[in-house]
Design a protein around this ligand. Structure first.
Ligand code: TLP
Length: 358
């Protein structure tokens, strides 16, 4: 029997985006030298952009308010209205960015289905169209690493290289949605530079597991970033004394990367625990980083009714309708929290199975 912990505290597994800035970030924000970034005069933003570019092995960086804007600015910079962009069919750019690439960039997506989000280069080869009067010109391939809807899965450096080689042969640009690229680097045991190397542009987020309150960075060649800067301005993403955002981002890059490993260990503990609960379906091989997806349909729940049940125990999750649930581990989630959550789910599942037998 799980005790409902008497607490106002909620175990918030909705996303790693819920992480709050660290004390060191708050101090850095308070002390950051500032200037007008729209004139390139904010020293803290300039420092962050150079640091990000260096970490990812690119010439230049560009701070943007969000990952969504970072992906959109990148797509705008790579393409023209009417172009076709090849992407994995469950990717974040298509699923969760409000259709912006079509509504604003005017491009159409061409989907290639991956295996848990991981693309097969042969499928990409087949998807690139020949130039033909009837076809929209294919100009860009995007990838996502780690892959969110795939389960936080990682794509190896070899596969990234293979896809980008095809793009180069066919004269296409490449963009990586690397919102969680540091999770991918740790899971693969490689420097993020190696993952980023074959791509023309990479976007990564400071505001997820790295705990900064706001911000993402696009990196690429100096020429690409100069053109991207114009699109950022066009979208209203030019910020003035943005050093208060960048200051936290610098602390994120300097101090918060290695601890992501703890989130991976906790996610694995959670996934393995869920796999032992009768009625829960989980594909454990997808639990490679800090995201855990599982299915509750066999227990007679849908995503919403299961979430409602968890809320009674002060546990928050995100939905993957019709019967899926996502839990994300992060800096504010301890191993003890996970043990508690597993106990809660075990109790719900037992009750459910017992009631069905009656
Ligand atoms: N993902 C969020 C939600 O939008 C679903 C989350 O909680 O996981 N690329 C990937 C792979 C992402 O997971 C996200 C955010 C983004 C881009 C967009 O970043 P933001 O939220 O900063 O616009």
């Amino acid at each position: 029997m799980v005790l409902v912990i008497k607490m106002e505290i909620v175990i918030d597994l909705r996303s790693d985006t819920v992480t709050k800035p660290t004390e060191e970030m708050l101090q850095a924000i308070a002390q950051a030298p500032l200037g007008d970034d729209c004139s390139g005069e904010d020293p803290t933003v300039n420092h962050l952009e150079a640091l990000a570019a260096d970490k990812l092995g690119k010439e230049a960086g560009l701070l943007v308010p969000s990952g969504t804007m970072g992906n959109l600015v990148s797509v705008l910079t790579h393409t023209r209205h009417g172009d076709e962009v090849i992407m994995e069919s469950e990717c974040h750019i298509y699923y969760y960015e409000a259709g912006n690439i079509s509504a604003i960039a005017g491009v159409i997506p061409r989907f290639v289905k991956g295996h848990n989000g991981v693309l097969d280069p042969d499928d990409i080869k087949d998807a690139v169209r020949e130039r033909d009067l009837h076809y929209p010109p294919t100009t860009l391939i995007t990838m996502e690493n780690t892959h969110n809807r795939g389960g936080g899965t990682v794509t190896s450096v070899e596969l990234c290289n293979a896809v980008c080689d095809i793009a180069k042969e066919r004269g296409l640009g490449t963009h990586l949605d690397g919102a969680r690229i540091f999770n991918a680097g740790l899971a693969l045991g490689v420097e993020v530079k190696e993952i980023a190397e074959p791509f023309d542009s990479v976007m990564f987020c400071l505001s997820k597991g790295l705990s900064a309150p706001v911000g993402s960075v696009i990196v690429g060649s100096s020429d690409f970033i100069e053109r991207a800067r114009k699109y950022r301005k066009m979208l209203g993403g030019g910020m003035r004394q943005a050093g208060i955002i960048a200051a936290a981002g610098i602390v994120a890059l300097e101090t918060m990367i290695d601890r992501l490993e703890e989130d991976h260990v906790n996610a694995r503990y959670l996934g393995e625990g869920l796999a032992l609960i009768p009625g829960i379906h989980i594909e454990l091989e997808t639990v490679e980083t800090n995201l855990v997806y599982f299915d509750v349909g066999n227990l007679g729940f849908n995503s919403i009714s299961f979430r409602n049940e968890l809320q009674k125990y002060h546990v928050e999750v995100t939905l993957r309708p019709p019967t899926g649930i996502r839990m994300v581990t992060h800096r504010h989630i301890s191993r003890e929290n996970i043990s508690y959550v597993l106990g809660v789910i075990e109790e719900i599942a037992k009750r459910c199975i017992k009631n069905r037998k009656l």
